[in-house]
Design a protein around this ligand. Structure first.
Ligand code: CAA
Length: 246
């Protein structure tokens, strides 16, 4: 069987980098799609993935047409994509009473519209080839809501609805669609939370610490395996016990 190709959006971010590394180590050809405007970030990423089958591709995931062109480029090279991990995400935290339209729209467009943009362009190829693994990186805050995150919580909760609906549409075609809901992990997003608030959150985590990006990446590698074909429409929480539900 040919090597499978995995696209990871937000691929050079905190969770994205760990996901790229885990998928490459699992034998995938990985394309890390992310904004190209910060050469020093890209260089740091390239150093981290040195020696692995991972390449960086500049992409604005909120641009529907650019996502189409990007997916067609991979298809034309005969490289799938077979696995799509939607990990691009931003925060613009503030209470609703202070939130402006730009803070709402940017979070919804990067976190949720991007999932539509990539899936819409990739889905026909996946169903046509009879294989696909889509993993949407949501958040515990999409399950519980978080103070100061009406925009982010709405986007992340929306990903769950999207995941379940698309899972039903493509289940007979060899394509699975799942979401992973990380808790608070050691990433720049979490580092940006004021120290006192972050400590208050960690104090509530039963495991007693922030998550490691590798712990999220391991779950993504599991769900995107060929052998994971009977798991679809699921949400896998990886949150140290911060939110437990059945
Ligand atoms: N619950 C209740 N009250 C809270 C609170 C909370 N969790 N957090 C703050 N408050 C209170 C403050 O004490 C303050 O009270 P006073 O007005 O009486 O002093 C008030 O709410 C602050 O209200 P503001 O209108 O001034 O709030 P703000 O617009 O300045 O926003 C904030 C504050 C930026 C949202 C800040 O609370 C914050 O950073 N919170 C953390 C949000 C968070 O957890 N983000 C997660 C980022 S990481 C991520 O998203 C990754 C992932 O998936 C897990």
């Amino acid at each position: 069987m040919d090597k499978r190709t995995a696209v990871v959006t937000g691929g050079i971010g905190g969770l994205g980098t760990a996901i790229c590394i885990a998928l490459a180590r699992a034998g995938r050809r990985v394309v890390a799609a992310d904004l190209g405007g910060h050469p020093e970030r890209v260089a740091r990423f390239q150093a981290e993935v040195d020696g692995l089958d991972v390449r960086f591709a500049p992409l604005d995931v909120s641009d529907f047409d650019a996502c189409g062109e990007f997916v067609r480029g991979i298809e034309t090279a005969g490289q799938g994509p077979d696995i799509l991990v939607n990990a691009a995400g931003i925060t613009r935290d503030t209470t609703l009473r202070k939130m402006d339209r730009g803070q709402w729209e940017s979070v919804l467009s990067v976190n949720l519209d991007s999932v539509f943009n990539l899936c819409r362009h990739a889905i026909d190829g996946m169903t046509g080839r009879g294989f696909g693994r889509i993993v949407n990186i949501s958040s515990v805050n999409g399950q519980t809501g978080q103070f100061g995150q009406t925009n982010y919580s709405a986007a992340k909760a929306g990903m769950h609805g999207f995941t379940m609906a698309l899972a039903r549409e493509v289940a007979r075609k060899g394509v699975t669609v799942n979401s992973v809901s990380p808790g608070y992990c050691e990433t720049a997003l979490v580092a940006a939370i004021p120290d006192e608030i972050r400590q208050g959150i960690v104090d509530k985590v039963p495991v007693g610490r922030l998550g490691h990006p590798d712990e999220i990446a391991r779950t993504v590698a599991f769900l995107s395996d060929d052998e994971a074909g009977y798991i679809t429409g699921a949400n896998i929480p990886v949150n140290g016990g911060l939110y437990m539900a059945f």
